[in-house]
Design a protein around this ligand. Structure first.
Ligand SMILES: [Zn+2]
Length: 105
C-alpha cells in the first residue's frame, strides 16, 4: 500500500508546522526528513535516507532502511529497501524543507 502524503496538510498558511497530534508528528518528522535529504541531493537518482522503516509509525518493527527519489516537479517517492512499504510526498516544493530552493537563491 502506498502512503500518499501532502506536506501542506501539516502546515499553516505561513508554511509553519501546525500543532500536530503525536501520531501526525511522527509521520511529519518522517516525511520532512525525506524531503530534506532528497532536495539536498537532487541530482542523485536514489537517495539513502538516514531513517528506519519503522520510524514512520508506532507498532512497526521492520528494520529496513528508507531510500527516496525525486520523481517529478511535484512528487518525491520513497520506499523501504526491505518490505513493501512505500509512499509519495506532494506539495513539498517551496516548503522550509526544500533545500533545493535555498541553493537556487
Ligand atoms: Zn520496511
Amino acid at each position: 500500500m502506498t502512503l500518499k502524503v501532502d506536506l501542506k496538510q501539516f502546515l499553516d498558511e505561513n508554511g509553519n508546522e501546525l500543532a500536530l497530534t503525536a501520531q501526525a508528528r511522527t509521520v511529519f518528522n518522517f516525511i520532512s526528513k525525506i524531503v530534506l535529504a532528497v532536495t539536498e541531493q537532487i541530482a542523485q537518482p536514489l537517495v539513502e535516507i538516514d531513517l528506519k522503516c519503522a520510524t514512520r509509525a508506532e507498532n512497526l518493527n521492520c528494520e529496513g532502511s528508507i531510500e527516496a527519489s525525486y520523481q517529478t516537479q511535484n512528487l518525491i517517492h520513497w520506499q523501504c529497501d526491505c518490505c513493501e512499504a512505500n509512499g509519495s510526498i506532494s506539495n513539498w516544493k517551496f516548503s522550509k524543507w526544500d533545500k533545493q530552493l535555498r541553493v537556487l537563491h
